[in-house]
Each structure stands twice: as C-alpha cells, then as structure tokens.
Design a protein around this ligand. Structure first.
Ligand code: NAD
Length: 454
C-alpha cells in the first residue's frame, strides 16, 4: 500500500479521537505484547541472520527492553495520562492550573540497524501509549529484522494505527516529504541533519538520537580491575556496534600497564572467538572494511585479527595512541578500543571538553572531587560513574544526546512526554478578581500592580 495513503488513513483515524481513550491504548499494548511473544522465535532468527547475535544477547539487549517498556506502561499509563496539577501564581488566584497530556497525532519513527528491533519498537510503544498513530521505518541494513517486524506488525495491526514501511534511502526520502506531528530518528549525525532539514519544512518537532565518540576515563584511584571488566563487556557487546559503547579509554599514565593487562585478561576470559555464540559479527562488508582500516598494526596491544568471510574482527586494543590518529577522528562503532593516557585528571577533562559533546561518558574513580568535576564540567548525553552503558537500563533516567549527539530524550515517563503535547490550561473562578488589570489605568493601580507582580 502506498505510504501517502497509509498516512492519510492514520490522519483520518486519529481525528476520530479513538486513540485518546487510555483503555484503547492499553488494549493495543496488550495485543502487541502477545503478538511479539508469539513471534519471538522469528525475531531471534532474523537478528541472528543479520549479524550472528546470540539468543542471550538478543533477549537482554532487544526483546526484553521492548517487553519492559510495555510493562512500564501497563503499570504507569493511567497515572501519566491524568492531567497534572501545578501551582497557581498570585495573579491568577482564585484559579486552578493543569497540564493536559495530549497525543501529538501522527508519528514517524526511523530506526538504526545496530539494535534493529528495540530502536524501532521502543519509540513505537511509547508513541501508542501516548495515543498517537505510528509509521515505523526500520533500518534496511538489518534487512531480515526489518522484514520480520513488517510481517509481525502489518499482519496484526490496522495500518490506520501502525504500519512498518520497508526500504532504504529512497523510500525514507519519500516518507520525509510527508507531514508528521513528530519524527523520532535514531542514527548517524550525518543523516540526522538530513532528517532535521526535512522536518523543518513542515515545522515538525523532532527527536534525534545520534552517536559520537563516548570516552571512558580511568583514574589512579579506581578499582581498575573492575573498570577493565566493565569496559571490556560494554565495548565488545554487540561486536562494538553500540551507540553508547566506550569509544576510547583515557587512562592515567601511571596505571596504564596494569590496566592494559586487565583488559587483555578479560578479553581472554570472555572468550570472543570467530565461532563463539556470544560474539556478534560486523553487520556488513562495508563496515568491516571501514573498521579494518582503523587498525594500525604498529599500535596493536592485543587482537587485530580479522576474517572478512565471517565478518569477524577480534576484540582489538590499540595503545600508544595520540589525538591525531585516524581512529580518533570519528565514532569507531566496532570492536576496536584505543587507549590513550593522561598525566592529570583536569587534562583528561579538558581534552573531552574541547571536542563535540558525546552521547555518553564514563568515569572510573573513588574520589568525590573527581566525580563532581566530571559531572559539572563535562557535557554529555548521559553516562555512569564506575560503569558503562547501564544508565540506559534505568527507566527513571532520560536517555538522549546533547549537541552533536542529538536532541530530545526518551525512556520511562520521558518517552510518554516526548510523544505528548503538554497543554497548559488555567481554570479561573468567576469571582474574587481585583479590578486592577482593566482600564482605565491610574497611578494607584500601577502602584498595586508593582507590589503584586514586582
Ligand atoms: P544511519 O544514519 O545510516 O541510518 C539510520 C536510518 O536513516 C536508517 O533507517 C536509514 O534507512 C535512514 N537513512 C540513511 N540514509 C538516509 C538518507 N540519506 N536520507 C534519509 N534517510 C536515510 O545510521 P545507522 O548506520 O543505522 O546507525 C549507526 C549510527 O546510529 C551511529 O552513529 C550510532 O551511534 C547511532 N545510534 C544512536 C543511537 C542512540 O540511541 N542515540 C542508537 C543506535 C545508534
């Protein structure tokens, strides 16, 4: 079916106000949950075909996240949808003030390939929970997952509420010409700019969930064995193809050698082999070739082996790196971890501050003053102290970028708010109003107004 026609159907359906009913939304989420669970095997298979991801990783980083989002809305949607009471200021007393959460209308979600299922379906779940209709355009790069999602959603839901549109650049360009009430985009900063421009033509509000080079700082006071363990896990999860993976490490020069040894020992312990069930492959040849070029053989501390026929790149640690090296120019987005050193903590912060604001940043330390400096001086989307990635698993924290790493945020109640208009309404009483604001004005009225509002 033609995409123009589907959006038209969604506009007509939204105008019936059916989606404003919270029970209707919950029914749709219940249906979605059972449809997704029924087709779970199909999803495991599709994601495995796309990049050899294990069932364990697919469940923990894809399937469970969408199910958790649905459960979150089962528990919280009624409360979130209620008008929120806020205080009324002196000038409007007697009166009551409320924020009404109103669905925006017709939403477009454009997903990235690296977590092809949850990056498309989590925003979709929130869009429905907030009472919108939704067209989802997953990434064509994870082609099998895109086809599976289209089958699951399009065969089970009316296109007037939900529709998965398949396709790549050409199809997305066509969709972006249409007028939506919100666009939620996950992907690269380069394409984010294209989507932002298209949205501006219709004055469509937009969320951009982009990437960047996310640093991890390891200080002298850290438990650097635990730091190494957590960094190895977060870096090589999904074959390094995670937007919030630590892109590079800045380690205090005094502990560099010990820290590198721990990195190597955890890589060995975690057993990332070409035929390993728990090590995800590189998505395609194009990315494989781009990544292999970033491995400078002279700078390999451990790893560096690769096999194009299997799209396998061994977890690779690079050392003796300077800021001018090639792999420090752009987001790596693969299993290559450059380790740089710094002499003083302040210098590490200055280096990060002088670059584009990253999507995530991580600090490993035991010192309170370092934690304070890090959180107050460095701008980044979100992050952790003494861990990596896990901040995004807490639904009470907003998830999103800042500056070049994006705008807007989601997760938990922030997802609901992202897909809602917050309509402000002041309810006035008929009585109790001083005559001050009405003409004719006088010096005496001005004196009272100054006292009240000044
Ligand atoms: P991408 O920007 O290449 O593609 C994202 C989407 O845009 C896809 O659906 C694609 O079909 C579409 N697209 C591509 N080119 C287009 C064009 N010219 N016009 C219109 N649409 C176009 O990104 P990707 O390679 O899928 O994902 C990797 C990037 O996404 C990395 O930078 C990563 O950090 C980032 N990312 C961010 C998050 C986050 O939550 N902030 C999550 C995952 C990935």
């Amino acid at each position: 079916m033609n995409i123009h026609h589907i959006l038209h159907q969604q506009k007509v359906f939204f105008a019936t106000h059916k989606t404003k009913n919270v029970s209707y939304r919950i029914q749709q989420l219940e249906k979605l949950k059972s449809v997704l669970q029924e087709h779970e095997e199909m999803l495991y298979e599709a994601i495995h075909q796309d990049f050899g991801k294990s069932r364990f990783d697919t469940f923990t980083t894809e399937i469970s996240l969408v199910l958790n989002d649905i459960e979150y809305f089962f528990k919280n949607l009624k409360r979130l949808s209620k008008p929120r009471k806020v205080a009324t200021n002196l000038a409007n007393i007697p009166g009551r003030s409320r924020i009404y959460f109103e669905p925006l209308g017709n939403v477009l979600v454009i997903g990235a390939w690296n977590y092809p299922y949850q990056l498309s379906l989590s925003p979709m779940v929130a869009a429905i929970a907030a009472g919108n209709t939704c067209i989802i355009k997953p990434s064509e790069v994870a082609a099998n997952t895109m086809v599976a999602m289209a089958k699951i959603i399009n065969e089970n839901f009316d296109p007037e509420l939900l529709h998965v549109a398949q396709g790549g650049v050409e199809e997305t360009t066509e969709i972006l010409q249409l007028k939506f009430d919100k666009i939620f985009f996950t992907g690269s900063t380069r394409v984010g700019k294209i989507v932002y421009e298209a949205a501006a033509k219709h004055l469509t509000p937009i969320v951009l969930e982009l990437g960047g080079k996310s640093p991890a700082i390891v200080t002298e006071s850290a438990d650097f064995q635990i730091a190494a363990k957590r960094i190895v896990w977060g870096k090589f999860l999904n074959g390094g193809q995670t937007c919030v993976a630590p892109d590079y490490v800045l380690v205090n020069e005094k502990i560099k050698d010990k820290f590198l040894e721990y990195l190597r020992s955890y890589i060995q312990q975690f057993n990332y082999q070409p035929d390993s069930e728990h090590y995800t492959r590189i998505i395609n040849e194009k990315n494989f070739d781009r990544l292999v070029q970033l491995i400078d053989p002279e700078k390999i501390y451990t790893g560096g082996n690769h096999d194009r026929s299997r799209l396998f790149i061994e977890p690779t640690i690079l050392h003796n790196i300077s800021w001018d090296d090639k792999m420090m120019e752009e987001e790596i987005f693969g299993p290559i971890l450059p380790v740089l050193t710094y002499p003083y903590f302040r210098e590490a912060l200055t280096e990060i501050q002088s670059r584009e604001k990253p999507l995530a940043a991580y600090l490993f330390t035991n010192k309170e003053d370092e934690k304070k400096l890090f959180t107050s001086l460095v701008s980044f989307g979100g992050g952790c102290i003494n861990d990596v990635i896990m901040h995004l698993s807490n639904p009470h924290l907003p998830f999103g970028g800042v500056g070049n790493s994006g705008m807007g945020h989601y997760h938990g109640r922030f997802s609901f708010e992202t897909f809602s208009h917050q309509k402000a309404v002041l309810h006035r009483k008929w009585w109790g109003e001083p005559n001050l604001k009405y003409p004719p004005y006088s010096e005496n009225k001005l004196k009272w107004i100054k006292r009240l509002l000044g």
